[in-house]
Design a protein around this ligand. Structure first.
Ligand code: FAD
Ligand code: NAP
Length: 326
């Protein structure tokens, strides 16, 4: 028969947000259970050098950092479950989750830290060149392209911000967009167009990423004119795909308030969602910053908010007589 696990604090996701929530929750004596999902350790396990997580003078590796966070969470009393949640019921407390393994998880509170995934163009050459010149995070990887010619693909706020950000590292940044107008906010567009080191190529999409050298790295992209179909080669050593992110919130549709992009809105300055007792942290509620350190920070907030929620719920549940006797 399938097992049932109950906890005061159930955490979905084992990236920086979920594991930080676990550290705080465990230290508050809530014996949290972390359901790790199909990517234990989260997005940082698919990258190499991490240079902007505070506390390390030397360059550290993403998978190593996540291993340390997990060990720290376990050391203070959090329990890891290698399972992936496939069904949730948030209609009453305790909240009920069903894992892919058949295990049922009951949580007096729920911390959602399921993250978000960058959207990719889904070209075979893109897959091959990931980490060799093709990236979906300029803030994370831009530093490695100092003095190099780079392109940014997309026409929204993220693409424009990433292009502007890349001018900190490169004097030759080209924004590639599939239409002839951007959907980014006007103020960002004005900054982009005014920047001497940024060019825009309109009506272009990437047909192929071209590798070369030993070890192989990106050397060019073949661009297709979306109006004429003509193919043109552009030399570049770095390509940043900025065509949006998908938050992992499919599970919660129809049960929890989501915004138009599928992110979980929280009350400003807190991690509280539309359902009391359900908290969200990390990339799943943050479309602006999307950094390990901000995910960890909001993970801490979620655990503290959950702890406060439980303390208040326990207080309200106490019969008046026992309060008077106390
Ligand atoms: P994630 O790390 O996305 O973790 C989500 C977790 O949720 C995973 O464990 C997953 O298994 C779990 N999950 C999802 N669905 C379910 C489910 N149904 N049931 C149970 N679990 C589930 N940031 C930096 O600050 N510095 C960097 O150098 C940096 N480099 C990066 C390089 C790359 C290639 C990428 C992709 C991102 C990088 N980032 C970097 C961004 C950073 O990784 C994210 O901001 C951060 O990981 C977000 O943390 P999170 O905990 O919110 O979510
Ligand atoms: P977005 O607004 O959805 O824009 C995605 C861009 O990528 C669009 O220009 C789109 O082109 C293009 N695109 C999508 N799929 C593509 C494909 N397969 N090939 C080529 N191009 C493709 O995504 P975002 O820029 O990441 O922003 C997401 C949300 O976060 C938005 O609500 C945004 O306002 C918000 N955000 C805000 C800020 C800020 O306020 N400073 C910063 C970042 C993000 P089309 O235009 O042709 O559709």
């Amino acid at each position: 028969m399938a097992a049932t696990h109950s906890t005061r604090m159930l955490i979905l996701g084992s990236g920086p947000a979920g594991l930080t929530a676990a550290i705080y929750g465990a230290r508050a004596g809530l014996a949290p259970i972390v359901v790790q999902g199909i990517q234990p350790g989260g997005q940082l396990t698919i990258t190499t050098d991490v240079e902007n997580y505070p506390g390390f003078a030397d360059v550290i590796q993403g998978p190593w950092l996540m291993e340390q966070m997990q060990k720290q969470a376990e050391h203070v009393g959090a329990r890891m479950e290698w399972d992936h949640i496939v069904e949730v019921d948030l209609s009453s407390r305790p909240f009920r989750m069903l894992g892919d393994s058949g295990t049922v998880y009951l949580g007096d509170t729920l911390v959602i830290a399921t993250g978000a995934q960058a959207k990719w163009l889904n070209l075979p050459s893109e897959e091959r060149m990931k980490g060799k010149g093709v990236s979906a995070c300029a803030t994370c990887d831009g530093f490695f392209y100092r003095g190099k010619k780079v392109i940014v693909i997309g026409g929204g706020n993220t693409a424009v911000e990433e292009a502007l950000y890349m001018t900190n590292h490169s004097h030759d940044v080209t924004l590639i967009h599939r239409r002839d107008s951007l959907r980014a906010e006007k103020i960002l567009q004005e900054r982009l167009f005014a920047h001497a080191n940024i060019k825009v190529m309109w009506n272009r999409e990437v047909a192929e990423f071209v590798g070369g050298g030993e070890p192989e790295g990106l050397v060019a992209v073949d661009l297709r004119d979306t109006v004429t179909g003509e193919i043109q080669r552009l030399d570049t050593e770095g390509a940043f795909i900025a065509i949006g992110h998908s938050p992992a919130t499919e599970l919660f549709k129809g049960q929890l308030e989501l915004d138009k992009d599928g992110y979980i809105p929280v009350e400003p300055g807190t991690s509280r969602t539309s359902i009391p007792g359900v908290f969200a942290c990390g990339d799943v509620m943050d479309k602006h910053y999307r950094q390990a350190v901000t995910a960890a920070g909001t993970g801490c907030m979620a655990a503290l908010d959950a702890e406060k929620f439980l303390a208040e719920a326990d207080f309200e549940a106490k019969p008046v007589r026992s309060l008077q006797e106390a």
